[in-house]
Design a protein around this ligand. Structure first.
Ligand SMILES: Nc1ncnc2c1ncn2[C@@H]1O[C@H](COP(=O)(O)OP(=O)(O)O)[C@@H](O)[C@H]1O
Ligand SMILES: N[C@@H](CCC(=O)OP(=O)(O)O)C(=O)O
Length: 264
């Protein structure tokens, strides 16, 4: 049986620091997935709907107003999937879309349905691509960046590994954008030991940042899922992390897997 791998990729990685979704980033992901598929069943958790919409339309006040953001997400989601579909197909990869909210994970029947859908998609060789259903739920567009959502997907699928693709090699002893002396922490076993290391830049406050990744790690740890933070700016970042040829942060998990019913 294949191992299960969840890969979360956010807007900053997908846009490679520009204001457009980068075809090259999606191509690099697809190229790696062709290799990874030999060993893993894979789910991608992808943000980027709003960033994609911005290439076509600018709804007034979408920076401030949640309803405008939601409308942007609704417009961008189909176009984002078109991009994934077009690029992944050239690599012989099939994709399917799944939209979820946090509330979906509070209900065991919904969890069972999600699990069944994902398992069936794997069986017929389709890669599920998950995003938050921004029309009915706004937690991730207001507060987070799909980090928690990806942890919940990892838990309900009993994944072997969750990889959060970020703009940085992992958790440092302090924020390296603010302190030159920061050193990468390559393995975290005790989450309390990194809490004091997190220091968000003003612009990222309230929109994810490293705090939401550590929160995702808490959920994973509690349910026995290992989580890594890997730098999406490095070449072949997932393959290289798996081969141990690039630095990254690993959050080790407790040995016993529990179910999502033990509330995250
Ligand atoms: N101790 C720390 N180690 C690494 N990054 C940190 C730390 N504290 C705060 N950060 C911030 O977290 C950012 C990564 O989170 P985020 O911006 O959400 O990334 P992404 O958009 O790639 O998911 C870093 O660029 C950095 O500014
Ligand atoms: N779900 C929304 C936004 C989620 C979000 O804020 O994530 P991110 O763009 O990674 O900070 C989208 O796809 O644009």
């Amino acid at each position: 049986m294949k191992k299960k791998l969840i890969i979360k990729i956010g807007t900053s990685t997908l846009t490679a620091g520009t204001n457009r979704i980068s075809f090259a980033v999606i191509e690099s992901l697809a190229r790696q997935i062709v290799e990874l598929k030999k060993e893993f069943d894979i789910v991608i958790v992808s943000s980027g709907a709003i960033a994609t919409a911005r290439q076509f339309v600018e709804i007034n006040g979408y920076h401030r107003n949640v309803d405008s953001k939601q409308a942007m997400a609704a417009i961008g989601q189909t176009k984002l999937m078109e991009l994934y579909d077009g690029i992944f197909r050239t690599f012989g990869l099939n994709i399917a879309q799944i939209l979820l909210t946090y509330r979906d994970f509070e209900n065991e029947t919904a969890n069972e349905n999600t699990r069944n859908t994902i398992n069936k998609l794997w069986e017929v060789d389709y890669i599920p691509i998950v995003n938050e259903n921004d029309t009915v739920s706004i937690e991730e567009i207001v507060l987070g960046d799909n980090d928690k959502l990806s942890a919940l997907v990892a838990v309900i699928t009993a994944a072997d590994l969750l990889i959060l693709v970020s703009d940085i090699d992992g958790v440092y002893t302090c924020n390296p954008h603010l302190h030159k002396e920061a050193e990468l922490i390559t393995e975290v076993t005790d989450l309390d030991s990194v809490a004091h290391c997190i220091e968000e830049k003003e612009s990222t406050l309230g929109t994810g940042g490293m705090s939401s990744k550590v929160h995702a790690a808490e959920i994973c740890k509690k349910h026995g899922v290992e989580m890594w933070i890997v730098n999406g700016q490095r070449e072949n970042y997932i393959i290289q992390a798996l081969n141990g040829t690039i630095p990254f942060t690993k959050f080790t998990a407790v040995a016993v897997k529990t179910t999502i019913n033990d509330k995250p």
